[in-house]
Design a protein around this ligand. Structure first.
Ligand code: FMN
Length: 290
């Protein structure tokens, strides 16, 4: 469990992208929400990532298959690239998110320190459990350098009144970033989706026209485990929220045994919407409250 120090404690978190910007979810999730197999009010969840200004990304609402493909066995590749309407237009949706989710966490991306400071200030007006700085969207044209990321994180920390999570990926120099931000952030969260070539080096991607896209689902779980083990061994003590291919209760419990403070679930909820709730039950059965 990760205690955020403001009355919120994280154990299982529904990851970014799952419930969209509003908490109402995607049409594919509506049956599970209506049947109450997925119950956002009982969960911590992270919103879809928002940027200060509208960001076109690659996603096309009228042709989703252009940027998202199912690969089989629970794995997906996507090249969304931060598509969102910008903070001003997203605001009513984010407010709704904070009302529909038990422990809402608002995710944002900043291209530089000034933007990070401005977004962090504005998010202080929202009642949420925490905010998350997504530094690792794999589908942006020019990924942030480690130096830029450090400046952005410092700016966000300096201007946010909320606990701060930072989302990393195996495609970054995450040990260096984690070392430099120790003491500044409340939680390290990983892994974001993983670039196609790292997961399937010998296979061509169906999204080659977008640089290959990035993968989610069971095939990236090994990277999440590797990151968790490496950070555990490094002695960095920032609590870790670990996701990426979590698709079984046993897999989630294994991460916790290996030092993760909490686990994140995204893609698996599309075919197993009760998984986050099942993991919570399994965690409580293993360590019942005194
Ligand atoms: C369609 C889609 C949209 C996503 N949108 C976001 C996003 O807006 N921000 C973010 O930080 N991660 C986003 N992610 C990444 C997930 O939050 C998660 O880190 C990733 O999918 C790995 O976890 P999983 O294997 O459990 O799906 C998205 C993933 C998918 C598949």
């Amino acid at each position: 469990m990760i205690d955020l120090g403001n009355g919120h404690v994280l154990d299982v978190v529904l990851d970014s992208g799952s419930l969209g910007l509003s908490g109402l979810g995607w049409p594919s999730e509506w049956p599970a929400l209506v049947r109450r197999q997925l119950r956002p009010r009982e969960l911590a969840a992270i919103s879809k990532t928002v940027t200060l200004r509208p960001h076109r990304g690659n996603f096309c609402w009228w042709k989703p298959s252009d940027t998202v493909r199912y690969l089989g066995d629970g794995n997906w590749v996507n090249a969304f690239g931060l598509t969102n309407p910008g903070l001003k237009r997203a605001w009513p949706w984010l407010r709704l998110f904070t009302r529909l989710v038990g422990q809402p966490i608002i995710s944002f991306f900043a291209f530089n320190a000034e933007e990070a400071a401005e977004i962090a200030e504005r998010l202080n007006e929202l009642e949420c459990a925490a905010v998350e700085l997504n530094t690792s969207c794999p589908n942006v044209n020019k990924p942030l350098t480690t130096d830029e990321i450090n400046k952005i994180i410092k700016a966000a920390r300096g201007h946010s009144g909320h606990p701060l999570l930072v989302k990393l990926s195996v495609d970054q120099d995450y040990p260096a970033i984690a070392e430099r931000i120790e003491g500044l952030v409340n939680v390290l969260h990983f892994t974001n989706t993983v670039k196609w070539d790292r997961v399937y080096p010998k296979k061509p991607s169906p999204l080659a026209r977008y640089g290959g896209g990035a993968v989610s689902g069971p095939d990236i779980h090994r990277f999440a485990v590797e990151m968790n083990d490496r950070l555990e061994e490094s002695g960095i003590r920032t609590p870790r929220l670990v996701g990426g291919g979590v698709h079984t209760t046993a897999g989630a419990l294994r991460l916790l045994e290996r030092g993760a403070g909490a686990v994140a679930v995204a893609t698996a909820t599309h075919y197993n919407p009760e998984l986050p709730h099942r993991i919570i039950t399994a965690m409580r059965e293993k360590s019942p409250l005194p």
